[in-house]
Design a binder for this molecule. Structure first.
Ligand code: NAP
Length: 350
């Protein structure tokens, strides 16, 4: 019997989607303790506007985003800072979504502590003032009245979390935001946020976005157990380790037009290739591609809601969507994967 992660709020539902090539099956899950249903494979939107990628242009972005929707993907994960210029990726998403806004669950983020923002912030991007400004900009760029999932990008040590929660509560009451999530929180911060929300009668965060992949498993130690305990849905970022687990890389390198070879060759240089080659053999024996095995493994993890992989071409996003139902690991498969990539451990440099 295969393992799929416990769906926190309801049954996993499979639905056929009619696309140009025939029929695709996508599965849908509830995001944490909410009524929000999202596709098990989502689309990360940090490639839109990325220099050198096929999605640097609006045309390239339109193609990938429309193919995603046509193949059953509903969750789009953006951020105000994506696109190599504040707001650029959101603007491209807004333009691509003209006439199709209602087909997606639109997620974006505000308040990354380490990236430049043109808005006044006084180094407190979780403050009420900053959130009020940030949301208006995202709504305008995304050309929408409501953001389905508004995520706090990184913790803000300068602002009490009560204030951030109260400001987000106001946005929900005003109809500008439907649900809230956080990102890059530690397990204890997830627990603290949930208890503070309950104490002050604020809406609770329904999702946690943290780095998680076969080479980055430290979230196994605190974050995933905390998310499971509090009913928070996990959205893993860099789920394919920037594309390393798509099967197109070897210890010698990979396609020159890939993000890794263009921008982050150290990821190939520092990767534990003996383990990755053993994993490739594991996939071959089971007759499953590395990408499909990796997405299947992620979907088996506790509390994991949707794999928000990025994509730069239509072929990639179609393959990723199909991977939602391609392979389900057994207990024995999971034990063997744990032996190759031990739970709780991080390899290499991100
Ligand atoms: N919350 C945070 O702090 C944070 C941080 C980072 C990212 N994120 C989110 O997480 C999302 C996912 O991360 P990511 O996109 O950076 O990394 P990723 O999902 O690990 O890797 C995506 C990259 O792998 C390659 N790829 C994807 N599917 C492929 C396929 N089927 N075949 C071959 N290559 C394929 C593409 O790059 P190439 O074509 O260039 O090879 C793609 O851009 C982001 O888009 C963003 O929404 C959040």
């Amino acid at each position: 019997m295969g393992i799929r992660s416990a769906d926190l709020g309801g049954e996993e539902e499979a639905r056929g989607v009619r696309d140009n090539d025939g029929m695709t099956t996508m599965t849908y899950r509830t995001l944490g303790h909410s009524g929000l249903r999202v596709s098990a494979v989502g689309l990360g939107c940090n490639n839109f506007g990325r220099p050198g990628a096929a999605t640097e242009t609006q045309e390239g972005t339109d193609r990938v985003l429309h193919a995603a929707i046509d193949h059953g993907i509903t969750l789009l994960d953006g951020a105000d800072i994506y696109g190599y210029e504040y707001g650029r990726s959101e603007r491209m998403m807004g333009s691509a979504l003209k006439g199709r806004r209602d087909e997606v669950v639109l997620a974006t983020k505000f308040g990354h502590a380490e990236y430049e923002s043109p808005l006044p912030h006084a180094d407190a991007k979780g403050s009420r003032d900053y959130i009020r400004l940030a949301v208006e900009g995202s709504l305008r760029r995304l050309q929408t009245d409501t953001i389905d999932l508004y995520q706090f990008h990184t913790p803000d040590p300068a602002t009490p979390l009560e204030e951030t929660l109260a400001a987000l509560h106001e946005l929900i009451d005003a109809g500008k935001v439907r649900y809230i999530g956080h990102s890059n929180f530690a397990g204890w911060q997830l627990a603290q946020a949930d208890l503070l929300a309950e104490l002050h009668a604020h809406p609770r965060f329904i999702s946690a976005q943290n780095e998680y992949s076969l080479l980055r498993r430290s979230a196994d130690r605190e974050l995933l157990p905390a998310a499971e305990e509090f009913g928070v849905g996990v959205l893993p970022y860099f789920p394919l380790y920037n594309g390393l687990f798509t099967g197109k890389f070897t210890r010698e390198g990979g396609p020159q037009d890939s993000r890794i070879m263009r921008q982050r060759p150290h990821l190939v240089e520092n990767a534990p290739w003996d383990r990755i080659e053993a994993y490739a053999a594991f996939c071959r024996v089971r007759g499953v591609g590395m990408l499909e095995a990796t997405i299947g493994w992620l979907l088996s993890r506790p509390a994991l809601a949707s794999v928000i992989a990025g994509a730069t071409t239509v072929e990639q996003v179609v393959q990723n969507a199909a991977a939602a139902t391609a392979w389900t690991p057994t207990e024995d498969d999971l034990t063997q994967i744990d032996a190759l990539f031990p739970p709780g451990l991080d390899y290499g440099v991100a």
